[in-house]
Each structure stands twice: as C-alpha cells, then as structure tokens.
Design a protein around this ligand. Structure first.
Ligand code: 1PR
Length: 592
C-alpha cells in the first residue's frame, strides 16, 4: 500500500489527482502507525521548510519516516519532501531536517547576467541533467534518467522554490540529476538506494512528470532497481552556462456568471465584458465558452500554466461561490500543469459578525487543487496600510524604506506566504494610465512611476507623459497608489510573483504594454507575468526580446486570453513562433 504524507499545507491535492489519473490507489497518513504500515511512502509539498519539519515532529512522524527509509522501503519526496531529507535549511535556521542527505539547503541569489535577470523564486520549466558519473558498472550516460523514467529525450519539469541543495562532487552518490538556475547548479533528483526525491513537481509537469511518477509507482520495492546507478562518483565537472527556465505561456480564463446564471469564460475590452450597442445600451456578458473545457483545451495545446480569475468575486465572499470551487476541482483532476486561481482572496466578515481570514479562502482553493492564489484588490489595501504605518513611523513613501515595525504579519499575503510559501502567492496588478497635462506636476510619491512615450488616447497624437495608477474591484475604483509602490510593497510582504495586467491594453490586441512591464520588472526581483493586449504570436517575441535602451530581456512569462478564446492564435503557434525567434520554450511532451 502506498501512503501519502499530508503535513497540512501545500498543494497535495494535485499529487492525489495525478495518482488517480495513473490508476494508483493510496491512503493518507493519519497517524504514525500508518507510516509503519506503508510499503511505499510519498511525501509531497510546497511551503516553508520549518513549518513542514515542525508539523512532522508534532504529529510524531519523524521517527517512523526514518524507520521506513532505514528498512529499505521506497520513499519518494517532492520539493519540501526532498529538502526534508537534508540536514537543514537556511529558510528555517535552527530547525533540523531528517539528516539523511548530507546537504544543507540554501537560498538562491538573484543574478543579472548579460541583460538576463534571474528572479527568485525559481519558478518555471527547467531541465534535469545527469552529470558524468562513474559507477561500478561503468560510466552513466545522460540518457540513464530517460531510460528509467520512460523518455529518452530531454524534458522540462516544473520547479517552484526559493531554496535548493547546491550540488557538489561530495554529493554525487546521492544525486541522479542536477539543474542549473542562473549560475547555481543544484540537485534536482536525489536517488540513493530506496530514496527517490525530486525538487521539481512531477504532478505539475505534464505528461513528462506523470511518466516519472508512474515509473516510481511501478518499482517492485527492491531499491536497487530504481535508476540502477549504485555508488557513483563524479567523473568531471562541466562548465556552467547561465541558464533560465523556459519562457512560460499562461492561458487565462476570466470567469463569471452570465445573465442566465451559468458560469462562463468571458472577455472584455478594458475590463468591460458586456460591450455596448450603438444606442449606448449594455449588451449581454460575452460568453467565450465553458471554463473547464477551455482550460483542458489549453492544457492539451501546451499551456505552461492555466489561470482562472473569478472577476465578480468582489461582490460576494469567495467561499460562498461554490461553483468556482467545483470548477477548480474538476479542472485539477485533468490538468497537470500549475493552476492559479484569483478573485476574492481577502478577509471577510459575515453579516453575523464571524470573521473569515483570506488564508481560509486560500486554503480552500489549495485543497481544491490550486497551486497558486492570485490576490488583486486586497494587495492594494495591504500596501496602503503598510505605507500608512511607514509614514507614521519614519515618513517613508516607498515600501522598500518602510521599517520592519510597519510589517504586522496581519495581511492575507503575509499569512498565505508564511503557511504555503511565497511561491504560492501571486499579486494581480490592475493599473490604468493616468496622462499628465503639459507641465503638470505629480505627487512626488509617484514620480518614479512616470514614463513618456506615444499618447494612445483616442483622438490624441504625439508624445505624452503618464503614470500607472492602481485600481481595485476589477478596475472600478482608482486608488492613490502607483504600480511601483504596489510591486515593491507586495514583494516586501511576501508575494512570490506578479501578474501585470493593463486596463488600457486589455482585449485590445495591440500588444503588451512593455513600458509598464519593464518599469515593474526593473524594480522587483520576483518573477513577472506580463498580461493584456496580446494580439499575435509576434507580440510574445517582442515582449521577451532585449530592449535596445536597457539591453535587458527579463520577462519570465506572458499571459493571454482573447486570442486563445477566439482561436485567432493557438498556444502551439505562439511557441513555434518563439522557437523560430530563438527563445527556449517547453514544447509538447507527448502523451502519458
Ligand atoms: O480583486 O482579488 O477579487 O481579484 C479580481 C481579479 O479579477 C483580478 O485579478 C482582476 O485582474 C480580475 N478582473 C476583475 N474584473 C475583470 C474584468 O475583466 N472585468 N479581469 C478582471 C481581468 C485581466 C486579464 C486578462 C488579460 C488578458 N482580466 O487577466 O485576461 O487582460 O486579456 P487579453 O489577452 O484578451 O488582452 P480580486
């Protein structure tokens, strides 16, 4: 019997769904005795190292896990389940790991090489390479991994982590594959006797990942048959090339009820999903299709991630919105790439006065199969609060200058990041351009956010200056906060990724607002997903290309909606076009 460890956080539902897809039955570990009953043990998870280790200790799982491993029974760890095998992690100083793999887990450092910026966390699709190993049965070639795990070609796997076990020759006997991020090479697969563990998420790595899981599930329990490497030493080290994950293409589904009460994918222009008639009356909510069916189509076409945005959630409390939760559950059963869900992740007080924290909403979404939650309006309020406290404490108007005392750990972002890890918190930014008149002064707090370029207002021409103002409630309300304050503020609070929309470009097919995206990118070190305005495959290359002015090419991911919904361009076409333009993307990885 296979048992799964659930320590109370992380996207374990995704793994459960993958196992079901592979026809594998399993039990959840509910007590230390269950671990003793397990023939095979699987420890998945994202989240913070210290929290995971403390939860294992509190539940009394540590000794039974050690005993399972010492008995030679198969153990598979994923992400935190791999890091837990190590001595400890800089993420949680003073908290010991299981101490089985003689490595300490450290944090990635941001790097900037030749205009390419390495963001932290490492989020995206990267490869797993077999180093040149010598074993008693001879050298191991780079295809050993593929032969054992059902594929002979180099595959991409989905990584999402800020900490890693750096690879060194002394760890050769524990290492099956390494991966390079920036110039840092770390262990991406541990394989040692009965232990197999991946830093990436096979359950989120499409068919390539499912093949790995399937191969491990099919092991007969004799440890040496897995990967069959035996004791190994590193023959020689290879030069490290600065490496980034592939550029990600994200399909986005804006979801809401239509006028008949059905949950539909909709798409508007400048956030207006109804459009208008010539007589000025509003027409019906545009219906682009059924959410799950469309998401499945995008998965099959090679989307690297799928995002669902509940765009009317500001009206209700998200957890009352049961159709959204059921939609996510069904999608997560069939889609094996990361799923993000946004809309309504916020604190809420019932009419009867009961308080529900944003963390509770996030928890329900993670349990339903989400890998990341995306926070919009609440992020704006959180940064406003942070700045108010900072202003009172030391007069700062830039969140980077806010003293630590201004952080009170009371926002949804902080709490979700603490519980589930920063990589699971996306902040969705909804800015609008505010044009400045000739000679108009701007509040000095927003001066870093002023850019100049072509005036894009209807009927206007020539050059203009503008700044990017944040909005809440799906663009319905503007706030006295600019996008740089928001981006720096949420990075400070613990967001792991930014999704940058543009109300001006939304649904326009005019291309991404690269001035907006570059402005934010150059002021934060977390990954950035550019959104709004994609109208052709070429627009993605333009977004990812180096800018003449700065020599930088640093955008990690691009999101689009309308062109995919309307079948104007398929995800495959975008990727083919990117490959022709010299970008590395994840291409179709075959069937499981
Ligand atoms: O504020 O935390 O409840 O989150 C609400 C979420 O819903 C936010 O992420 C906000 O961006 C989104 N949202 C609210 N209203 C709308 C609307 O369209 N009326 N959708 C909306 C925003 C923006 C993109 C869109 C791209 C790409 N959608 O995600 O898909 O602009 O479109 P394109 O490729 O067709 O140009 P909260």
């Amino acid at each position: 019997m296979l048992y799964l460890i659930d320590y109370g956080a992380g996207n374990i539902q995704s793994l459960a769904n993958s196992l079901t897809k592979l026809g594998q039955t399993f039990e959840w570990v509910r007590s230390p005795e269950d671990i003793a009953k397990a023939d095979k043990l699987l420890f998945p998870g994202v989240g913070a190292f210290g929290l995971a280790m403390k939860a294992l200790a509190t539940k009394g799982y540590i000794e039974p896990i050690r005993a399972h491993i010492e008995a030679g029974k198969p153990y598979m760890g994923i992400c935190i389940g791999m890091q837990a095998l190590c001595l400890g992690s800089d993420e949680s100083p003073g908290v010991p790991g299981l101490g089985i793999v003689p490595a300490r887990v450290g944090r990635f450092s941001p790097e900037d090489v030749d205009g390419l910026q390495k963001a932290v966390p490492h989020m995206g699709w990267n490869t797993a390479q077999i180093p040149a190993f010598a074993t008693p049965s001879g050298p191991v070639d780079g295809e050993a991994f593929g032969r054992t795990y059902g594929s002979a070609k180099e595959e991409h796997y989905y990584f999402v982590h800020s900490y890693r076990a750096a690879f060194g020759p002394e760890l050769a006997d524990w290492t099956l594959s390494t991966t390079t991020y920036g110039t840092e090479t770390f262990i991406s697969v541990v394989q040692h006797r009965n232990i197999f563990a991946t830093q990436f998420h096979p359950e989120k790595s499409g068919a390539a990942g499912l093949r790995i899981l399937d191969a491990w599930l099919k092991l007969d329990g004799t440890p040496q048959t897995s990967a069959a490497l035996g004791p190994r030493t590193l023959m020689h080290t290879q030069d490290v090339m600065f490496t980034l994950p592939t550029r990600r293409i994200v399909a986005c589904l804006d979801v809401r009820s239509n006028d008949q009460g059905d949950l539909v994918v909709t798409k508007g222009e400048s956030y207006d999903v109804r459009g208008g008639t010539e007589a000025g009356a509003k027409s019906e909510v545009r219906n682009m299709g059924k959410p799950v069916e469309l998401a499945q189509r995008y998965y099959a076409e090679g989307a690297d991630e799928v995002t669902f945005l509940n765009i009317t959630s500001f009206r209700n409390w998200a957890l009352d919105d049961q159709p959204m939760l059921s939609l996510l559950k069904v999608a997560a059963n069939t889609i094996f790439v990361p799923l993000t869900i946004g809309g309504g992740i916020r604190d809420f007080t019932d009419p009867d006065g009961t308080f529900h924290p944003a963390l509770g909403v996030a928890h329900a979404y993670f349990r339903a199969g989400a890998d990341k939650v995306s926070i919009g309006s609440e992020a704006v309020y959180a940064v406003e609060q942070l700045l108010q406290r900072a202003l009172a404490l030391n007069g700062a108007t830039d969140p980077r200058d806010a003293p630590d005392a201004a952080l009170e750990s009371d926002t949804g972002i902080e709490q979700i990041a603490w519980q589930y890890g920063v990589q699971s918190v996306v902040v969705s930014v909804d800015p609008r351009r505010v044009y400045l008149e000739e000679g108009e002064d701007i509040d000095p707090a927003h001066s870093a956010c002023v850019v100049s370029g072509t005036d894009e207002r209807p009927g206007k021409q020539g050059n203009a200056r503008w700044w990017y103002q944040c909005t809440v409630k799906g663009g319905r309300e503007a706030r006295n906060l600019d996008v740089l304050q928001l981006a720096r503020g949420v990075e400070r609070l613990g967001a792991g990724e930014l999704l940058i929309n543009s109300i001006d470009r939304d649904g326009s097919n005019a291309g991404f607002d690269t001035q907006l995206i570059d402005l934010i990118r150059s002021h934060v070190s977390i990954p950035v997903v550019a959104s709004s305005g994609a109208g052709s495959a070429q627009h993605f290359s333009e977004l990812f290309a180096k800018r003449e002015a700065t020599g930088k090419a640093t955008i990690e991911a691009a999101l689009a909606a309308g062109i995919f919904h309307r079948n104007e361009v398929r995800i495959r076409d975008v990727k083919d076009s990117l490959v022709r333009d010299g970008f590395v993307v994840r291409t179709s990885d075959g069937a499981i």
